[in-house]
Design a protein around this ligand. Sequence first.
Ligand code: 5GP
Ligand code: ZN
Length: 112
Amino acid sequence: MDCLFCKIIAGEIPSTKVYESENVLAFKDINPMAPVHILIIPKIHIDGANALDESNVGVVSEIMLTARKLAEEFGLDDGWRIVTNVGEHGGQTVKHLHFHLLGGKKLSVELA
Ligand code: 5GP
Ligand code: ZN
């Protein structure tokens, strides 16, 4: 499958990994929007949040727990944000489910 994040998981494209488990990978965003900008993804290919169902949603709880632990590790004691973009209107450019973990500054409150 021609998927950028599957290639990162396979090690075919380099990334700066910050966490890895059997099911989840976290690495630094190549174009950071905040001092801490980490992408957390499932290792199985899921197109995006639109493609979640009962069979694959379990990985999302591990992703949330990973976010909480990474926020602690990266010292985001004053707060952080987790975001997933869906589809064209949501601004999703990579069609492999990913969650942006953002922090390290006071983030914009603008959501739309
Ligand atoms: P989206 O816009 O789909 O929500 O987020 C995709 C994110 O992937 C963007 O923040 C973009 O900077 C990041 N990105 C795109 N290509 C690469 C890459 O090759 N390596 C890394 N580490 N991040 C990437
Ligand atoms: Zn993929």
